[in-house]
Design a protein. Structure first.
Length: 92
């Protein structure tokens, strides 16, 4: 009966989590500087250009949301115009 404990719960396992600070503006500025240096032909042997995949996904997502808003507004306008036409045809 030594291994059977009815009312005591096991303690939760701990873990080591160290949060990292992410500065999006600083990363975008570094990316722009590297891109401008490439365009001007200034070569810096120490730095390597790495594109920001995260930024590309965010821009695509916001573009998709704005397109969805535009299409829904367009649909509502067409529906309203069709309802006006139907009103004039059937009630006049």
């Amino acid at each position: 009966m030594a291994g059977f404990k009815l009312f005591s719960l096991p303690k939760p396992r701990g873990f080591n989590y160290t949060p990292r600070y992410y500065n999006e503006q600083k990363e975008e500025m570094k990316e722009r500087e590297i891109r401008i240096k490439k365009e001007l032909g200034i070569k810096d042997e120490n730095e390597v250009f790495v594109s920001s995949i995260r930024g590309q996904f965010q821009r695509a997502r916001t573009r998709k949301v704005s397109q969805n808003k535009k299409s829904s507004i367009r649909f509502l306008m067409i529906l309203f115009i069709l309802l006006l036409i139907a009103y004039y045809v059937f009630y006049r």
